[in-house]
Every structure is written in C-alpha cells, then in structure tokens.
Design a binder for this molecule. Structure first.
Ligand code: SF4
Length: 344
C-alpha cells in the first residue's frame, strides 16, 4: 500500500525548502552515511558534526577504518559515549572489507546482516545512498507517524512497532525515497517536537489525526520506563610523576576503553580492591577526594573518587591529564580525573 502522492509531495517539497545544511547531507557515500547514522543514535546533531568531520578525515573509507586498531577507533570516538556503537561500526566495516571488497553492499539483506546494522541503519543507507525504497523508523519518525496516523498504543510494543514500520514502508514507496525519509526525520527533529509541536509550520497538518483530535500532547504514548538503578562505585586516580594510570577494561561497562581502576562498592576497602583488580600498587589516601553521579541509560553510578600516589602498574597506560582526550576513555574517567586532580 502506497501513501497518497500528495502526502509524499508535501513532505519532499517542505524538505527541499527547510532542511538544515548538515555535512552528511553533502554526500551519498554509503560509508559516510553509515558513520553519521551510527553517531546520531542517542547523540545530538550539534555534538555529532565535529566528530563526524574528524572521523572521516582520519578514516576516509571502510578500508581505512578496518585497518585501524580498536584503540585508534575508540580514541576518535572519545567523548561521544555509547562506545559499543564504535565497536559495532568497526566490526561492520571489517566485514565489508573482508566480504565485499570494501564496498558497502547495495543488497538490503547483505547490509542488514552486517554487525551493528539494524533495520533503521540499513534503511537509512539504502534510501539515502542507494536511492532504494527502504523505510526507516527512529524516535523522530515514530513520533511523526504516531501523530499523523493516530497510533495510540505505547512505543516499544510489538504491535506499535509493526504499525509504525508498515506506515513508514507505505510512505517511502515512490520517487526520492532518501529525501522522503529524511523529510520525516527532519520534521520530527525541527517541527513535530516532543513538546509543543509547531503544527502551523507542518506540511502535513491538514491530514494529521493527532492535530485534528487535539491529542498531540498524548501521542505517541510513551514506553513504560524502568528507573535507572543506583550503583555505588569507587574509582581511583593513581598517579606517578603527574601521569595517571589507566587500565584496559573488559566487560559490558566501558569494555575496551582505557579507564581508571574501578570497582563496585564504597569506602577505602573497595578502593583498594579496585587497585588490586587493575594490577596497580599505589599509596592510597585516607578519604575520598570527590563524589559524583554519572547517569548511564539504565544505571546511575554513584562514584567515590579516591586519590593514590607513587603508583606502579606494569600493564597500565600512563597518560598526562591534559592528554586524556586523545585516548579512548569514557567521560566518567575524565570527570573523575578533573575532580581528583583539582581537589588534590
Ligand atoms: S500536524 Fe503537528 S502533530 Fe501532526 S505531524 Fe505535523 S507537527 Fe506533528
């Protein structure tokens, strides 16, 4: 089922006139589109722009990225957060080089089978770079479509997802699928905002169910959210001649990044445990030097920051505080170092 041609035409005309100029809109290179889409997941456009430009300058092709080490990739991603995205992108690109000679595949099934490429990312690359009628549904698109068609079931539920994808599929059938998808994304980002949508500026206002029924504040119905769980942690800023000891972490939390010794719990015993686990020996202070809160998607870390000196650690990487930005490290580590060395 195709959406009415008038709806599609109104969206594309509005996009032509109103779209923001963004660096990833200057290209149809599927690799560049892929990088931008991964960076834009959970991160604001303004934040992404300089990262996107630097990343492509440093890794201009799938081959260049595939040949880089994980450390280099995480270093370039440093500060963007959600590092799993960078690892997936790296893995996906390595597969593109190994299996497809470094060319992002045009075939939708092959694209979707790449590590870290879900239906949304595959659809964005397919429609924008290859001009294929492949749908996309992200948060912005879901909001527009739920309001436009009066889809009232909560986001995240299987029936809602089915309804949204089927509406998106119907909409993208026809000419200029990439621009059509981007029009809906842009509309969600700039006009059909979560609070106070600017319906008077909307190209599809005359057919919008939520607007007609006065339900823009209710739709889309939010996902049932779990509250983030509080998780006490200690982090130790251990130094030697002014340089900070960082160790490579395994596991889901900051895995693969260069991080401070970190352990569950609170107090000096937990701080000692953090050093021990990280293979660092050092003279630890009597009291924590700072406490901070760090919110992740599902956990609120309550972090006690400890200071230790005269550190020795055979496997550590020693980093000057001013150079932390060049290493693949989390924002949490940077915040802890700032607090500890400011407080020392
Ligand atoms: S009319 Fe308003 S609520 Fe409906 S799609 Fe447009 S901006 Fe969103």
């Amino acid at each position: 089922m195709k959406a009415p041609a008038s709806t599609r035409a109104a969206l594309v005309a509005w996009y032509d006139a109103e779209k923001r100029s963004l660096p990833w809109r200057e290209t149809r290179d599927p690799y560049a589109i892929w990088v931008s889409e991964i960076m834009l997941q959970q991160t604001r456009v303004d934040t992404v722009i300089p990262y996107f430009e630097r990343f492509l300058e440093r890794f201009p092709s799938p081959r260049a990225l595939a040949e880089a080490s994980e450390d280099e990739v995480l270093g370039a991603w440093s500060g963007l957060g959600y590092y799993r995205r960078a690892r997936w992108l790296h893995a996906g690109v390595r597969e593109v080089v190994a299996r497809y000679g470094g060319e992002v595949p045009e075939d939708p099934e092959a694209r979707r089978a790449l590590p870290g490429v879900g239906r949304y990312t595959a659809g964005a690359i397919g429609s924008i770079a290859f001009g294929k009628a492949e749908p996309v549904v992200d948060g912005n698109v879901a909001r527009v479509l739920a309001r436009l068609h009066g889809i009232a079931t909560p986001l995240g539920r299987a029936d809602t997802e089915r309804a949204l994808w089927s509406r998106a599929e119907a909409l993208v059938e026809g000419p200029r699928p990439g621009d059509l998808n981007q029009a809906v994304m842009e509309l969600g980002a700039t006009v059909c905002s979560p609070r106070a949508p600017r319906c008077e500026a909307c190209p599809v206002a005359s057919e919008c169910v939520a607007r007609r029924d006065g339900r823009t504040a209710e739709l889309p119905a939010p996902k049932a959210r779990k509250k983030p769980v509080d998780a006490p942690r200690v982090a130790v800023v251990a130094t030697r001649r002014g340089a900070v000891a960082l160790v490579k972490r395994d596991g889901p939390l900051f895995g693969g990044l260069w991080e401070l010794p970190l352990a569950e719990g609170a107090g000096r015993t937990a701080a000692r445990e953090a050093l021990r686990e990280a293979g660092v020996s050092a003279r630890i202070g009597e009291e924590p030097v700072a406490a901070l809160e760090h919110v992740l998607s599902h956990r609120r870390l309550l972090v006690e920051v400890w200071r230790a000196t005269a550190a020795k650690a055979p496997d550590a990487r020693w980093v000057e505080p001013a150079e932390l930005g060049e290493v693949g490290t989390s924002t949490l580590t940077r915040r802890c170092v700032e607090q500890a060395l400011g407080a020392a």
